[in-house]
Design a protein around this ligand. Structure first.
Ligand code: C2E
Ligand code: MG
Ligand code: MG
Length: 728
């Protein structure tokens, strides 16, 4: 209410019932260039103030209709009335009236008789200070209004009390109660996005300790959960000793500006074809990821992916189809990231925090950065998932393509602590893959990760081993310890790896166990054993039971029993021809579950052997309850049985234990005549080992049949029902 501002002149209201005093007042005021309106009593004055509020009121006390005290009280409750200076005119000795005048809200008082010269000074002073106070109020109000419009809150931070005082607008930006006027510093920081918090803390510390100016963008999470982008600016203030005693500044909500910027950013930072980030954005995101990884002492992985034979697609179908190919493949790569639970999928609402970030950086090149790895192996899992996902056949313009890719992986900080080095190294690793036949992934720095790399390569090859027909079964005969008659064979898997030659199961079975690949491999072994059995029977040989090794993970599969029975039925092999071999430690690791499953297998008619017996800890109590048929005496006891009394004693004990439980015994790894002699003398039932035969490929096994007189004979007792599906 700057009336004098609007009219250029101060306006006073003189209220007195005596006309002569009003006239004198008017004269005095007008000589000070103050406009005057007159009222005869309090009521008239209040009505006039309702119409237009004066800048100054001179109010007599004793008046008819409404006295000065009442008029002053009425004035103070009118809009704008609380700020107007009111001078009450009292008698000089009437201290009670003076007291009452102040209680009614008077600003000051004048004593009668009026000293006109003094009055002039008095009024001048009042008018000046009123004008100054008003203009200050006004400018504060304007500032506040401007701040609200611009969404700027102001604040002061006192380090000694750790309090942040804020303006209304500051709290509004935070979506908080306006009645607040201070935050605890900790609460203030709590509202800041966790990814920005450390930077804000660092900037505040810099200001407080080194007097640096503050200027930092940060995201806050409002009370209602909405996220706002803000800019925090501030200055330090010093005490007499030159120490920063507080900071003051502003916080501006710049969300709208950010959104507009984001739109522009999107145009500049994304690949229009695949909608993936381009190289620029990738750089920014990757730098952030590396920074975060460095702070949290985690590893990060950079994956460089190059599609194999993309040029071929472009050449055969043209660029149009090539574009669609790229679009589909980037979708597949993206979905591999969503599939993985190792890394959080990108948050679409939050551009600034994309981890992992996948970008298209060239025609058929993609790059991915993922932070917070617990282990480099996580990167391998992601890489493998991408390869698996892009590998699905893709038909374009009626032609079928089999896409694949090559991925190089560099791990931060081991393979480089800056983005460029990591990109270069991942690229090198990628070329490494290309050179070695594509469609795979590789870690950079083979020497450093040689063991892991070897394992990973083995694993990725093992995944393909079944489809590539690289697995083969060998069969090792088991003969009667006394007559030498061939009574059974043990199926032992072999892997003919094109690069490494024959790989021993002792090497890859544990790996298959670890990765879960043992489940499909185990089924393959069982199926192949069945098929071999059928084909030899179909060729007229006597049906010989086949022992099949089952590993722990496979056995513990919930539907293990069911899958075995389904498979046997499909292959047309009666369960009594299959002997399930489980190691002693496997059975004992969860004896109760083992008993349930073994009973089911047994009920189907299968035979159960305990492999490597003597190497684990069998509880005799359980052994008695287990539905088993055979104990296989481990090779380690057999090998020294002829020379070592201890081993001889162990073997004797096992055989007598088996006898008392009415179980058969098979001695493994029998290599010499002496061992054979000892074992048969002790009453061991079956002999298996190099002394009889090494594990043989199927064709050689048939020769062994002929050699030992197991050749073709009309199959009567062992005749089989026709197979549902007989393989080769
Ligand atoms: P295992 O079941 O105890 O098999 C016996 C191992 O002893 C076989 O090794 C066999 O070749 C070897 N062996 C047999 N006779 C002699 C001998 O006189 N002297 C010597 N030094 N060794 C002999 P292999 O084939 O390398 O298999 C090693 C292990 O791998 C097996 O031990 C078995 O635990 C596992 N395995 C093999 N095939 C399969 C399979 O199809 N599935 C599963 N789950 N495991 C398998
Ligand atoms: Mg075995
Ligand atoms: Mg064994």
């Amino acid at each position: 209410m700057l009336r004098n501002g609007r009219r250029g002149k101060t306006h006073a209201l003189v209220v007195d019932d005596q006309a002569s005093i009003r006239t004198m007042m008017r004269k005095a005021l007008m000589s000070m260039r103050i406009d005057v309106t007159e009222a005869e009593n309090g009521q008239q004055a209040v009505e006039m103030m309702r119409l237009e509020m004066p800048d100054l009121i001179i109010l007599d006390i004793e008046m008819p209709v409404m006295n000065g005290f009442d008029a002053c009280r009425a004035l103070r409750v009118l809009e704008g009335g609380q700020f107007v200076p009111v001078l009450m005119v009292t008698s000089s000795d009437d201290t009670e009236s003076i007291q009452q005048a102040f209680e009614a809200g008077a600003t000051d008082f004048l004593t009668k008789p009026i000293n006109w010269t003094l009055l002039k000074h008095h009024l001048q002073f009042i008018v000046q200070s009123t004008v100054a106070a008003r203009s200050l109020q006004e400018s504060e109000r304007r500032l506040e209004e401007a701040q609200r419009l611009a969404r700027i809150g102001s604040w002061e931070l006192y380090p000694d009390t750790e309090k942040v005082y804020g303006s209304e607008e500051l709290f509004r930006i935070f979506g908080l109660d306006r009645h607040l006027d201070a935050f605890e510093l900790g609460d203030f920081l709590k509202h800041i996005h966790p990814d920005d918090r450390w930077a804000v803390e660092a900037a505040l510390a810099d200001s407080l300790q080194q007097g640096k100016e503050l200027d930092i963008d940060l995201r806050i999470t409002r009370k209602d959960g909405k996220r706002r982008h803000t800019q925090l600016q501030g200055l330090p203030h010093y005490d007499n000793n030159g120490v920063v005693c507080y900071l003051s500044g502003t916080l501006q909500d710049i969300t709208e500006r950010k959104l507009a910027e984001d739109k522009i950013r999107h145009l500049a930072y994304y690949d229009p074809l695949t909608k993936l980030p381009n190289r620029q954005l990738f750089r920014e995101q990757a730098e952030l990821t590396l920074k975060r990884a460095s702070r949290s002492h985690h590893q990060a992985a950079l994956l460089y992916l190059d599609l194999d034979r993309f040029k071929h697609v472009n050449d055969t179908l043209g660029h149009n189809a090539g574009d669609r190919f790229l679009q589909e493949l980037s979708r597949r790569i993206m979905s591999s990231l969503r599939d993985t639970d190792l890394i959080t999928p990108p948050q679409l609402d939050d551009d600034a925090n994309r981890d992992p970030c996948l970008a298209r950086v060239g025609g058929d090149e993609f790059i991915l950065v993922a932070g917070d790895l617990q282990h480099p192996q996580d990167a391998a899992i992601v890489a493998q998932r991408i390869l698996d996902n892009i590998e699905q056949p893709l038909s374009l313009d009626g032609q079928e393509f089999f896409p694949s890719g090559s991925i190089g992986i560099a791990i931060y900080p081991d393979d480089g602590d800056d983005l460029d080095t990591l990109m270069k190294n991942a690229d090198t690793a990628m070329y490494h893959v290309k050179a070695r036949g594509k469609n795979n992934f590789a870690f950079y720095q083979a020497e450093m990760n040689a063991k892991a790399l070897h394992k990973l390569q083995l694993e990725s090859r093992l995944r393909r081993a079944i489809d590539n027909n690289e697995l083969v079964l060998h069969f090792q005969p088991q003969v009667d310890a006394r007559s030498g008659e061939l009574l059974a064979v043990e199926a032992l898997v072999r892997w003919e790896n094109p690069e490494e030659g024959l790989v021993s199961p002792a090497e890859f079975i544990p790996l298959a166990e670890e990765t879960g690949l043992i489940v499909p491999i185990g089924l393959w072994v069982l199926r192949s054993a069945c098929r071999q059995l059928r084909s030899s029977i179909d060729a007229g040989y006597r049906a010989i039971p086949v022992a099949v090794n089952i590993s722990s993970r496979q056995f513990r599969e919930e539907d293990f029993v069911e899958s075995v029975s389904t498979l046997l039925a499909a292959e047309g092999v009666p369960p009594k021809l299959i002997d399930i071999e489980l190691t002693e430690s496997l059975i004992m690791s969860d004896a109760e579950e083992s008993i349930v499953k073994l009973k089911q297998l047994k009920k189907m008619g299968m035979k159960i052997s305990v492999d490597d017996f003597g190497t684990g800890y069998s509880s005799l109590a359980y052994l008695k309850r287990l539905p088993i048929d055979v104990l296989k005496i481990d090779r380690q006891f057999v090998s020294d049985v002829a020379n070592d009394d201890n081993d001889a004693a162990i073997v004797r004990a096992i055989i007598s234990l088996a006898n008392s439980l009415k179980l058969e015994t098979v001695a493994e790894g029998v290599e010499t005549r002496e061992q054979l002699a000892f074992l048969s003398q002790q009453g061991c039932t079956l002999i298996q080992g190099y002394f009889i035969s090494k594990p043989l490929p199927a064709t050689e096994l048939l020769e062994f049949f002929e050699f030992t007189g197991q050749q073709k004979q009309p199959s009567t007792e062992q005749s089989l029902p026709p197979a549902a599906a007989v393989g080769g």
